[in-house]
Design a protein around this ligand. Structure first.
Ligand SMILES: [Zn+2]
Length: 488
């Protein structure tokens, strides 16, 4: 028997974390296997939603259509007094939580595992979900809706049908809790910890004074519970989103109108480009949150846990090349070079390729890279474009790329009118016809094509931000870019 309050709390916290770990270990039983990457579309989730109509625990209603006529659904289950409203992907290119919601629907559909937990949960709370608020944006894998309006700046003006739907459902529910589910950039770190903010939380402010109203306090306490749980799964990778009041945003206004809103942002995680690990973490986080709400355990949480979450800082980069020597006018300088990749949608926004850009040059010791190389013994030189053009794609495949790079070239020219590819798997960039040649300057916002020499010998090349070991060139699995834009 527990002897005092301290040990009662620790027993309870063990029990909560035990649930989270059970969810973690049984996840594959519930994971929605048809959703495998981030670029799934409305047409991928509609059949999954239609199937829910056959399960008697779910209520499925169409609550309106997007600009392009895609149905937006409200799915509900449970019959408890406390109402919880969850909506995802109001930004079309932020799908991680949407996938997790479908994992949760499978979890609730199952009649065997976690039966006692689910029965208890659904008798205490009623859940309302809108997965994929912005299906047109998801179709293009873009943040904004098809009018180029950011839905999360349209709660007041209500010019988009999607924002109207979200607001109408909110008004009809007057939920006790709201979950505002987003993805954030990979460049956020948890404070100055050198770790990505893989999950960031916020209990949004209801006003410019950032008042802690009762609903906001509830959300802060609930987040405290979630931080304690997530510290077992992603320790040090939890950040807090800035709490400046944004008068045009949903979360801020929903808080102002009396709902305890929890913002969850899925950020970056090393080696998890498609965010499938963070999707699982979302699943565990949201189910743990529902457990905390149903049991009322969050009420015992101290605000200090929320307050101690490190702020999101923009201190992550995709790649940092450290301690390179650079020659300028006969003088030698030591620099770090930070590189970020941009995802460019291709094939109907079902796929993407990467385009690298130099983010910063100099002392980058306060930053951390998802990938880092210490290149203390190396000098860096801009990659050049081989001047003599090739005449066919066939000729490109006959190039010896190790020799090309050893000669200092990271791009080639080709005269070819039928070249359709938007990017390439060759370990060098391709400049079409009379397109502008890549800059041969190492400069911020410039392209990331370099040759790295050790004792004068070319050892590595960087092509479109991908590091190539010349001696091991067949292990290259990056993408180079195709430059098409003509110079007039
Ligand atoms: Zn967002």
């Amino acid at each position: 028997m527990p002897q005092d309050k301290q040990s009662v709390d620790s027993v309870e916290s063990t029990r909560f974390n035990e649930l989270a770990w059970n969810l973690y270990y049984s996840y594959e039983n519930f994971k929605e296997k048809t959703l495998t990457n981030r670029r799934f579309k409305h047409s991928d989730i509609v059949p999954l939603i239609e199937q829910l109509k056959n399960k008697k625990i779910f209520m499925v209603n169409k609550v309106g259509k997007s600009v392009e006529g895609r149905d937006i659904y409200l799915i509900s289950l449970g019959n408890g007094k406390t109402k919880v409203f969850l909506w995802s992907q109001m930004h079309g290119d932020e799908p991680t939580a949407t996938a997790a919601l479908f994992d949760m629907f499978n979890f609730f559909s199952d009649e065997k595992e976690f039966a006692e937990f689910k029965k208890n949960l659904l008798s205490n709370i009623t859940l309302y979900f809108i997965p994929m608020v912005n299906p047109d944006g998801a179709e293009q894998f873009q943040r904004r809706n098809i009018f180029e309006i950011d839905l999360n700046r349209d709660v007041l003006r209500q010019q988009t049908p999607e924002a109207k739907i979200l607001k109408n459902v909110f008004d009809s529910l007057k939920a006790d809790f709201g979950f505002n589910l987003h993805d954030q950039g990979r460049n956020y770190s948890a404070g100055n910890s050198f770790k990505p903010a893989s999950i960031s939380f916020l209990a949004p402010s209801p006003d410019f004074d950032r008042s802690i109203t009762p609903p906001r306090e509830n959300a802060m306490k609930l987040i405290g519970d979630l931080v304690n749980i997530l510290n077992e799964f992603i320790p040090g990778h939890i950040g807090k989103y800035m709490d400046d009041f944004e008068p045009r945003a949903f979360g801020d206004n929903f808080t102002k109108w009396g709902t305890g809103v929890v913002l969850i942002e899925s950020g970056g995680w090393r080696g998890d480009c498609e965010k499938q690990f963070l999707r699982k973490i979302n699943y565990i986080t949201i189910l743990s949150a529902l457990n905390s709400i149903a049991s009322g355990s969050f009420l015992k949480q101290d605000l200090s846990v929320y307050e101690s979450i490190p702020n999101n800082e923009e201190l992550m980069m995709d790649l940092i090349l450290r301690n390179l020597k650079i020659n300028k006018d006969g003088n030698e300088y030591v620099v770090d070079i930070g590189i970020n990749f941009e995802e460019i949608n291709t094939n109907g926004a079902k796929e993407f390729y990467l385009e690298a850009e130099i983010e910063d040059i100099g002392d980058l010791s306060v930053f951390s890279g998802y990938d880092e190389f210490d290149l203390s013994d190396y000098t860096i030189h801009p990659g050049k474009t081989k001047p003599e053009p090739f005449n066919s794609i066939d000729e490109l495949s006959k190039i010896n790329p190790a020799q090309l790079l050893a000669d200092g070239y990271t791009s080639v020219r080709i005269n070819e009118n039928n070249f359709q590819d938007e990017y390439s798997s060759f370990p060098f960039n391709i400049v079409l016809n009379n397109a502008e040649l890549p800059s041969e300057k190492i400069e911020v916002e410039g392209s990331a094509n370099f040759i790295l020499r050790k004792n004068g010998e070319v050892k590595f090349a960087v092509v479109n931000g991908f590091v190539i070991d010349i001696a091991n060139i067949e292990s290259w699995n990056g993408n180079s870019i195709v430059i098409k834009k003509s110079v007039n």
